[in-house]
Design a protein around this ligand. Structure first.
Ligand code: MLT
Length: 407
């Protein structure tokens, strides 16, 4: 008899963004004439930068040419892309990361979901609340939790993000082994200072713990004092893995390209206390379960760093951040307290009501899709997230519809 992994039965409901899509589709079917503006899932709307399109096309042409064609590439990514990443994203910021510590992949969602496979089933896992649901759900699937009671899984340590701590929780007063951090944060848009990250690195070093640092939104940082990478903090190389993505930075949500940095000095321990380099374990997993990102996509990603690529990327980010400012200013003027939207494309808004009710109200009365805060955890109740990923025209229209709906 085929048996299921019963851990899947512990998962509380459908994946957050699948539930939102279901509600939006039901609304669309009942109101086929009504315009819907999507400021929910953080999916980019602007096309790929010109430099990426040209490189992508050239890569496709090469695949059709005798002599230039490429079959399987290195699972870890082509050297041309790994070198650019190491140099521009890390060494340029005085972060000591080399190209062979970079693993190119098809998404930070997959990587942040898969990485937990490397660690024992009985480790203590700490997750922020509110949190990107992938970190929690993949640990539930792996059997590291008990059932969910009142929206919290037994066995996880929840690091509460609240207005009181600016949605940047400090290290806990207990021992944990694996810590998920995301800055600039999804969903709150909060950022962590150098000192706040240092406290986490010091904690991880003292506890022999590991930090999983999701920096998918680092390119939205404009404040020069905010670190872009955990490796800008001394000592982080030994205790942190970092995840990055071209999705939000350069519009690759459909093209798919991301990377994970596993420094060679980063270790985890066997039951007998011996230290093992995580780099080798992740390399073993990656080469066994993944066959690499396609050659044209890696060429398109490389273009982010070359010639006109950086300025074209910056122009796109500036458009989204101008939207973020509009959203933040308008919601603040309507009397809502807002976080984020300055160094991050998300605005976290205290909606003073049940967050799914507020979501339904905005959908029904304004035709605007947001993300209910409760979908990110118990501390998200009473909040919604609005994403800046849309055209200026749609954002302006959405804001005037929201204004009408809430007045
Ligand atoms: C989000 O809206 O939180 C993100 O788009 C989800 C993701 O990147 O997978």
């Amino acid at each position: 008899m085929i048996k299921i992994n019963e851990n899947y039965l512990k998962l509380t409901s459908s994946y957050l963004f699948a539930e939102i899509a279901r509600r939006v589709e039901a609304f669309r079917q009942q109101n086929p004439q009504k315009e819907i503006i999507r400021l929910g899932i953080g999916d980019v709307t602007k096309p790929l930068p010109r430099a990426c399109v040209d490189a992508f096309r050239k890569g496709v042409d090469e695949m059709g040419e005798e002599g230039a064609f490429r079959g399987y590439g290195p699972e870890q990514g082509y050297g041309f892309l790994r070198e650019q990443i190491a140099r521009c994203d890390f060494q340029a910021r005085k972060a000591d990361i080399s190209a062979d510590e970079v693993f190119v992949s098809d998404g930070a969602k997959c990587d942040t979901g898969n990485i937990q496979e490397l660690f024992a089933g009985d480790i203590v896992v700490a997750v922020p609340d509110p949190v990107y649901p992938v970190y929690v759900d993949t640990n539930v699937m792996a059997g590291r939790t008990e059932k969910s009671v009142d929206g919290r899984y037994g066995g996880l340590v929840y690091l509460e993000g609240t207005p009181a701590n600016g949605f940047v929780p400090a290290p806990p007063n207990q021992r944990v082994d694996l810590i998920y951090l995301c800055y600039p944060n999804n969903p709150t848009g909060a950022t962590a200072t150098r000192e706040q990250l240092k406290a986490w690195v010091d904690y991880a070093r003292a506890e022999k713990a590991l930090i999983l640092f999701d920096a998918a939104y680092e390119s939205f940082i404009s404040d020069p004092s905010i670190p872009h990478s955990i490796y800008e903090i001394e000592g982080a190389r030994d205790v942190a893995i970092e995840f990055r993505s071209f999705s939000k930075t350069a519009g690759f949500t459909g093209a798919r390209c991301a990377f994970t940095v596993v420094p060679k000095s980063c270790v985890a321990y066997a039951g007998d206390g011996t230290a093992h380099a995580i780099h080798g374990l992740w390399n073993r997993r990656h080469t066994t379960k993944f066959n690499g990102v396609s050659y044209p996509v890696q060429r398109a990603a490389e273009a982010v760093y070359l010639g006109d690529g950086p300025s074209q990327v910056r122009e796109i980010i500036n458009c989204y951040m101008a939207n973020a400012k509009l959203i933040k200013d308008k919601m603040s003027s309507l009397g809502y307290s807002c976080t984020g939207g300055v160094n991050a494309p998300y605005i976290w808004i205290e909606c003073k009501s049940d967050s799914w009710k507020f979501f339904d109200m905005l959908l029904n009365d304004a035709g605007v899709v947001c993300t209910p805060g409760a979908g990110f955890g118990r501390c998200g109740e009473g909040f919604i997230r609005i994403s800046a990923f849309n055209s200026r025209e749609n954002v302006e229209k959405a804001l005037s519809k929201i204004e009408e709906a809430v007045k």
